[in-house]
Design a protein around this ligand. Structure first.
Ligand SMILES: *[C@@H]1O[C@H](CO)[C@@H](O)[C@H](O)[C@H]1NC(C)=O
Ligand SMILES: *[C@@H]1O[C@H](CO)[C@@H](O)[C@H](O)[C@H]1NC(C)=O
Ligand SMILES: *[C@@H]1O[C@H](CO)[C@@H](O)[C@H](O)[C@H]1NC(C)=O
Ligand SMILES: *[C@@H]1O[C@H](CO)[C@@H](O)[C@H](O)[C@H]1NC(C)=O
Ligand SMILES: *[C@@H]1O[C@H](CO)[C@@H](O)[C@H](O)[C@H]1NC(C)=O
Length: 274
């Protein structure tokens, strides 16, 4: 009995040592570089074209360095109430960095979280409330698997960049309230098997749509109304043979597709739409 107790103690000690060793070894540092503009004057509500933070009431902070996961978390939990711009990027391998971010309503105008280890992105809005400030939401090179349902509350969004994430599907219907303002929708380098729309929405300002480097096998453009679409990237969807509903007359500014490209184009279809 005593012997068993002794071995138990020994085991406990050795485990304790090895755990603390692992802990000290795992205090990994991650590179960060961010700019943040604080604006104390917050009486204005909605973002408008041409907005610049007034020098008298704003203040720019820029910092870079290497920090632990806890330090990165602290950087990302800045006070959104007095911030209009936050641009974060990192050049390290951030596989071991796991973060989440919640966007507050009618605060930020531009948000960039590039390679920030993001696995969750949420919007802290009550049902029915819209955001009329956020003009750019860029979260490339993270590990997002899905989008918050409140995404359709961002009514002034001009740029939505979700490239280099882990999205498997995207519902264009979700952007219904953004359709008037959205200029760029960037979804390349995800795992998209589906990019769907079930109602016709007029994306009057959209000029760039990037769906390249995904896993699309079928794509139906029948419901897309994108009269200003000029840059359309769809290469590196290796099993894609055609795009349903595509007609030159519907997308007059798009230059056409590369016949020798990286998709598996049905050449008969391709000739009919070039
Ligand atoms: C962060 O660490 C990298 C390598 O670990 C080093 O090259 C770089 O100079 C560091 N950056 C800063 C701002 O300390
Ligand atoms: C965030 O900023 C607002 C506006 O300046 C201030 O009222 C509030 O106390 C700050 N919150 C925290 C947690 O510092
Ligand atoms: C998004 O994915 C995460 C993890 O896979 C899951 O926990 C969460 O419920 C999903 N959220 C939505 C809105 O589907
Ligand atoms: C979309 O809106 C534009 C500009 O308002 C208009 O010219 C165009 O006819 C609309 N297209 C469709 C399909 O409704
Ligand atoms: C290729 O496209 C043409 C024209 O759209 C169509 O008639 C034909 O069935 C397609 N071929 C295959 C193998 O899907």
């Amino acid at each position: 009995m005593t012997l068993l107790w002794f071995y138990g103690l020994l085991l406990g000690v050795c485990c304790y040592i090895s755990t603390s060793e692992t802990t000290s070894r795992s205090v990994e540092k991650f590179h960060y570089d961010y700019s943040r503009i604080q604006e104390t004057e917050q009486a204005w509500k909605c973002w408008q074209e041409g907005y610049r933070p007034p020098p008298a009431t704003s203040n720019k902070i820029h910092e870079s360095g290497n920090g632990t996961a806890a330090e990165i978390e602290r950087i990302l939990s800045f006070n959104q109430s007095n911030t209009v711009l936050f641009l974060f990027s990192s050049n390290s391998n951030n596989l071991n960095l796991i973060t989440a971010f919640t966007i507050e309503r009618n605060r930020l105008v531009r948000l960039l979280l590039d390679n920030a280890g993001l696995e969750r992105l949420e919007l802290a809005f009550n049902g029915g409330e819209n955001d009329c400030r956020l003009a750019e939401l860029s979260v490339p090179r993270n590990r997002l698997r899905n989008l918050s349902a409140s995404m359709d509350r961002l009514t002034t969004l001009r740029k939505l960049d979700l490239s280099y994430n882990l999205l498997e599907e995207f519902h264009l219907d979700r952007l219904m309230n953004t359709a008037g303002s959205l200029k760029q929708l960037l979804l390349s380098h995800n795992r998209l098997e589906s990019f769907r729309s079930t109602v016709s929405i007029n994306f009057t300002s959209l000029h760039k749509l990037d769906l390249s480097n995904n896993r699309l096998r079928t794509l139906d453009s029948t419901y897309w109304a994108m009269p200003q679409l000029e840059t359309f990237h769809i290469d590196y969807n290796r099993h894609l043979v055609s795009i349903e509903g595509w007609k030159r007359t519907r997308f007059p500014l798009v230059k056409g597709f590369d016949p020798a490209g990286t998709n598996n184009w049905n050449q008969t279809w391709l000739k009919s739409v070039q």
